[in-house]
Write a protein that binds this ligand. Structure first.
Ligand code: BG6
Length: 445
């Protein structure tokens, strides 16, 4: 069946940074049928050549433009005008049988307008299994708006037509968390508070907010990163073993894990990088946070008294996302032995490493920590697929296991809303070192 994916927000950052490179790679590796079409929707009175000309200026990675262009069609549309949805419908209905997907790469405030247009015009009929609609995060601005959007979506579409993206779920090593935990008896057996001392969930970035002031200043790091990506990582790391590895059983356990997460309001550090306020489309008096450190714990038997540290921010010293499991010192271990540590490296280089103690080589009794290092990206010929490639391919194949279910989003919004209810101070930082000192001082107090 012919597939058509229509992308709203085709002149946005997400399209240029992530979706175009992902489509380019899928096409290069023959994952898309040659009659697949990608409709790029925008408001500007352009033709396809003009769109490509602009895209070439924005996309920073090499793209086989000639090949990609054969899949694209430019659609000029005013998303508030219902007639434009009917025109799009006529265009798509020209094909006898079409598997149709609509991707909303737009801010959440536009979700209701576009979803309504798609439903009212009949572009998607409820329950039609060959129609899907995709939403980018953040899904809503808080629990209240997310619920409202969701109720509206359920009135137009059935749950299995709704795909809510959290692109971290498409990352190779995030897909690997359950495998590392449950395919290795040694970890499965020791994955609780008798063996684990603390957990760190980290996503550091070197870039600032670039040209995303309009979006970012209303959102901030808590909603942009913690509510979605970091909560997803935490839930996979701390959930109980699912009954089966099917999508719903896994999601059931993830939801329970998120619900038992408690953040300590006295252990929060919010920061804003110096110069942020001078960014285009940012309020000069903005109090929006670009850095978050949180200490949390899980209100359940398995992880009682195990602190979970969340850390994310922009304009830091390095680009690094990882999950660190610090194991306890055993009472019977050599006094100079270090703690075992498991690191699941999500980005920039995917892999897993494990720190263990060995006797130093030579005529010595010393014990030294060594690193067993598995480089996941090295084992794959070429680059490991980007998250968006995996997610787009799953969308094309009607696979929704790496997309978030409503109750996952609902429970993580509850946590963020609760935090936002506290009076939280935002400090200005110049370097990551500034923040590190404050975190260390706070943990000593
Ligand atoms: C996005 C956020 O969801 O994730 C961005 O909106 C952030 O602010 C990005 O930069 C980080 O993703 P990645 O894949 O580069 O770690």
């Amino acid at each position: 069946m012919k597939k058509i994916i229509t992308i709203f927000g085709s002149t946005g950052n997400l399209m240029y940074k992530k979706l175009i490179p992902a489509f380019d790679n899928l096409i290069k590796h023959n994952y898309l049928d040659s009659d697949t079409q990608i409709y790029v929707v925008a408001r500007k009175n352009w033709n396809l050549e003009e769109y490509i000309e602009d895209a070439k200026k924005q996309v920073t990675v090499p793209i086989e433009w000639d090949k990609l262009t054969t899949y694209l069609k430019y659609i000029e549309m005013d998303i508030t005008n219902l007639d434009d949805y009917y025109k799009l419908k006529d265009l798509i209905d020209n094909f006898k049988e079409v598997d149709r997907m609509f991707y909303l790469a737009v801010p959440p405030s536009l979700f209701p307008t576009i979803a309504k247009g798609i439903s009212t015009s009949g572009l998607i009929k409820k329950d039609d299994e060959n129609s899907r609609i995709v939403f980018e995060k953040p899904f809503g601005e808080d629990l209240k708006t997310a619920k409202k959007i969701n109720q509206e979506l359920w009135s137009y579409f059935s749950e299995n037509q709704i795909y809510r993206i959290d692109h971290y779920l498409g990352k190779e090593m995030i897909q690997n968390i359950l495998v590392v935990r449950f395919a290795n008896f040694v970890f499965e057996k020791n994955w609780d508070n008798s063996s684990i001392e603390s957990i760190v969930i980290l996503a550091k970035e070197t870039e600032g907010i670039m040209n995303r002031g309009n979006y970012y200043d209303k959102v901030g790091a808590l909603k942009d990163m913690v509510q979605s990506h970091l909560m997803q990582m935490a839930s996979l790391v701390t959930m109980e073993k699912p009954e089966t590895y099917n999508s719903n059983d896994i999601k059931n356990e993830k939801v329970k894990a998120i619900k038992s997460l408690k953040i300590d309001p006295n252990n929060i550090i919010l920061g804003q990088y110096k110069g942020y306020k001078n960014t285009k489309n940012v309020d000069p008096d903005s109090n929006t946070e670009t850095f978050v450190y949180l200490k949390a714990c899980l209100n359940n038997k398995r992880f009682k008294n195990v602190p979970i540290h969340f850390l994310t921010g922009k304009m830091l010293d390095e680009k690094r996302s990882e999950i660190i499991i610090n194991f306890k010192h055993s009472n019977s271990s050599y006094s100079s032995a270090q703690q075992n540590k498991l690191v699941i490296k999500v980005a920039p280089k995917e892999g897993v490493n494990f720190i263990l103690n060995v006797k130093e080589a030579g005529l010595t009794e010393s014990i030294i920590p060594v690193k067993l290092d598995y480089c996941h990206s090295c084992s794959f010929l070429g680059n490991t697929p980007e998250a968006y490639e995996k997610l787009l391919l799953d969308l094309f194949n009607k696979q929704n296991s790496l997309f978030t279910r409503w109750d996952e989003i609902e429970s993580s919004w509850k946590i963020i809303d609760e935090l936002k209810g506290h009076e939280l101070n935002v400090i200005t930082y110049e370097t990551y070192e500034d923040l590190k000192k404050i975190i260390i001082k706070q943990s000593e107090d």
